[in-house]
Design a protein around this ligand. Structure first.
Ligand SMILES: Cc1ncc(COP(=O)(O)O)c(C=O)c1O
Length: 396
């Protein structure tokens, strides 16, 4: 049984989050709450499956077995009521590599690809690195909540738009798109014949009563024009094992992507990642439900605490809304009146926190920081103590 309260020393483990602090923040002296992995041990079943493989001692080439595919299909059925054919799964070492392959396979140089900022920074690179034209449909912000700007999306449509990368649930704003929103998107996609690539890597980190709806499960039309990127990496903290599953119900789209991936020699599967993922999907559900409850309580605690900083008129100095999904809190420091450089210096030097700079997610994020709360409660408490001191120094 995992105790999520246990503080595990991750220093000197080649951890990007912990050991790259100097490189990223210019100092070791920050509490790292940035890149999206968890400071928790993976489920016991995963660790046992890995032990078994390691004990066997042979790490040869590996393929996607029927039992692996069935484990993924069963997970989708149990968690989302989504029936998939096991053969609709295409393996990729990661969601970001898969997005690159998808953009390469389904668009030509000069075609337009839409993303919706503020959004996960690699989405920008996925389009730019493939020489496609990036088109932005910024999310609408009403108070502290975000929605898709469908009027603006419709206004962007022209013959060059071929693909939209949806972040569902959305990193960093923590939205779980409702059925109505997804259906509205699908109406536009169908009308203009746009391929929807739905990055659903955060789909398992969703808090009740919100319900994640896999895009392809919406309707026949959505199923035929979408590619769904999933992974056990966020869900079970397996990001270093480089395993993800792209689910493509439409056989024509699947074979087109498979052709591109073969051309790029993107076909191998890691033996350890495969073993871990299968065990996680088959036996990790109880662990995940406990983990979600733990993370939710961390998010509530930090949201409550940060909402307590007020100016002399009683207006909040740090704003956020509780995420419907993800273990990431999107904190708006705009009321402090700092520019992005000043805000970063304040967070790193005064608060001694290693957070994600909101401006990396798009210009809409310039006054924001993203905080990762998949950590023991004591880490969240230490972060709030550091922030208290920094706010006091500001006279806030
Ligand atoms: C929306 C989104 N997509 C993809 C990834 C990373 O995927 P991978 O490590 O499988 O490339 C992340 C990681 O934070 C993410 O937030």
């Amino acid at each position: 049984m995992t105790s999520f309260n246990t503080l595990i020393d991750r220093n000197n483990t080649s951890s990007s989050k912990w050991d790259a602090r100097s490189a990223i923040f210019g100092t070791e002296d920050v509490l790292p709450m940035w890149v999206a992995d968890m400071d928790f041990r993976a489920p016991d079943a995963v660790i046992q499956a890995l032990h078994k493989k390691v004990e066997h001692g042979i790490f040869g080439y590996t393929y996607m077995t029927d039992s692996y595919k069935q484990a993924v299909a069963d997970w989708m059925q149990r968690r989302f009521g989504w029936t998939i054919q096991p053969d609709s799964i295409v393996h990729s070492p990661g969601v970001v590599p898969a997005l690159h392959q998808i953009v390469q396979a389904f668009t030509e140089p000069g075609d337009q690809v839409i993303i919706q900022p503020p959004v996960y920074p690699p989405f920008y690179r996925v389009v730019a690195n493939q020489g496609r034209e990036l088109v932005l449909n910024p999310l609408r912000r009403d108070g502290d909540s975000y929605s898709i700007d469908f009027d603006h999306l419709e206004s962007l449509m022209n013959d060059k738009v071929k693909l939209l990368i949806l972040c569902s649930p959305h990193n960093p704003v923590g939205r779980v798109w409702s059925r109505e929103e997804l259906e509205q998107l699908e109406t536009i996609a169908e009308k203009h014949n746009i391929l929807i690539v739905s990055d659903e890597i955060h789909a398992d980190i969703v808090f009740q009563p919100n319900r994640h709806i896999p895009y392809a499960s919406l309707s026949e039309s959505a199923s035929s024009r979408s590619i769904i990127c999933t992974a056990p990496s966020k869900t079970f903290n397996l990001a270093g094992l480089n395993t993800s599953n792209v689910i493509i119900p439409n056989p024509n789209l699947r074979s087109k992507l498979a052709t591109t991936m073969r051309k790029n020699e993107m076909t191998g599967m890691g033996i350890l990642g495969t073993a871990a993922a299968e065990a996680a999907y088959n036996h990790g559900e109880e662990w995940l439900d406990q983990c979600l409850a733990y993370i939710r309580s961390n998010l509530e605690y930090v949201h409550r605490h940060t909402s307590g900083y007020k100016d002399s008129n009683g207006s909040p100095l740090i704003k956020s809304s509780l995420p419907e999904a993800t273990y990431l809190l999107w904190l708006d420091f705009g009321a402090l009146g700092m520019d992005s450089k000043e805000l970063n210096a304040f967070i790193v030097e005064k608060a001694r926190l290693g957070l994600n700079d909101g401006s990396a997610f798009g210009k809409e994020g310039a006054s924001f920081m993203r905080m990762n709360l998949a950590c023991p409660r004591s880490t969240a408490e230490e972060a709030m103590a550091r922030l208290d001191l920094a706010m006091q120094q500001l006279g806030k």
